[in-house]
Structures are given as structure tokens and as C-alpha cells.
Design a protein around this ligand. Structure first.
Ligand SMILES: [Zn+2]
Length: 163
């Protein structure tokens, strides 16, 4: 989706809202593979504890289990430009000047495009006292107007990787 929106309103979605489907480079064939909640997870609350990598291109699969820590389990800090579970390079990542632009999936990339394109950026409804939205977490270089042309070119490069 190519947008030329003037006004952007933060939908107040945290990065976790984009982590349900993470595109990575397949370690077996280097094509695009998908990291999702384990479809065989026995309980709904287990979806964050087990992840499965599936490559539609070569059939490679891998499992990730949240490591145990005392009585609990450790969940990774959600970030990039590698996927937080397997540590594989995200499929949607590219250099912009001396930085790396990355996105988990097409939805994530579309929201970044809408943000970068917008002339006017508005905050969304507050989510909670202690969590930031994906947009609020963006680094300063992505918010700078002077980087807009480079960022849009990079976003379009990544969109081409989704075709
Ligand atoms: Zn593969």
C-alpha cells in the first residue's frame, strides 16, 4: 500500500502487536520464513512461550521454547534487526545511512510508511503508564524530516521483498 497521507495518528499498538508473525531469513535456504505462535500450543496463554519457524519455500521448521527461570519463563525483549526468538536476521531489514530500518511483517512496514509519509503526527490514545507504542519507540533518526526521502526509498525496497 503506497500512501500519501498527510495526517498520522498513532494507533497505540505496542511492538508485541506485530510480533505474531515475524518474517525472517530462513537458515536453510535463505528465503523468507515465518516465526509464529506454535499452532500446537496447548493453552491460549502459551502462545508467547512457544514459537515455531516455518519456511514455505524449503519446508524447514524450528521450535523455540521460552527458557525456564526459577518458577517462571523468560520472554525475549522485542526488538530488531534480528528476530527476538531465533536471533535470525529479519527478512525486512535494510541499511539507511548508518542505521538499519527493520520491520516484522507487512502490517508493521505499512504503519512505518504511513508514519514517515505524514506531515502531521499525532499521538494516539494513551495505552498504559508503563508501556510504549511501537511508534513511540522509534529512534530519533526515523523521526527526522531530513531522512524522509531516504526512509521512503528504504521502505519501498522492503516492500519489493514482499512481492
Ligand atoms: Zn527455507
Amino acid at each position: 500500500m503506497r500512501t500519501s497521507g498527510l495526517r498520522f495518528r498513532d494507533p497505540s499498538a505496542g511492538l508485541a502487536r506485530f510480533a505474531d508473525d515475524i518474517l525472517v531469513g530462513c537458515p536453510a535456504c535463505a528465503g523468507p520464513a515465518s516465526v509464529r505462535a506454535d499452532p500446537d500450543a496447548d493453552r491460549p496463554d502459551a502462545t508467547w512461550l512457544r514459537r515455531r519457524l516455518i519456511c514455505a519455500g524449503c519446508g524447514h521448521t524450528a521450535e523455540w521454547d521460552a527458557p525456564r527461570h526459577g518458577a517462571g519463563r523468560l520472554l525475549p525483549h522485542l526488538t530488531g534487526p534480528d528476530d527476538p526468538y531465533f536471533g535470525l536476521p529479519l527478512w525486512l531489514r535494510t541499511d539507511v545511512r548508518r542505521h538499519v530500518l527493520w520491520a516484522y511483517n507487512a502490517r508493521h512496514l505499512t504503519l512505518l510508511e504511513q508514519y514517515v509519509t505524514a506531515e502531521l503526527r499525532e499521538r494516539g490514545p494513551a495505552v498504559s503508564c508503563c508501556s510504549m507504542t511501537m511508534i513511540e519507540q522509534l529512534p530519533a533518526w526515523m523521526k527526522a524530516a531530513k531522512h524522509r526521502p531516504d526512509l521512503l526509498r528504504a521502505i519501498h525496497r522492503l516492500q519489493d521483498r514482499l512481492l
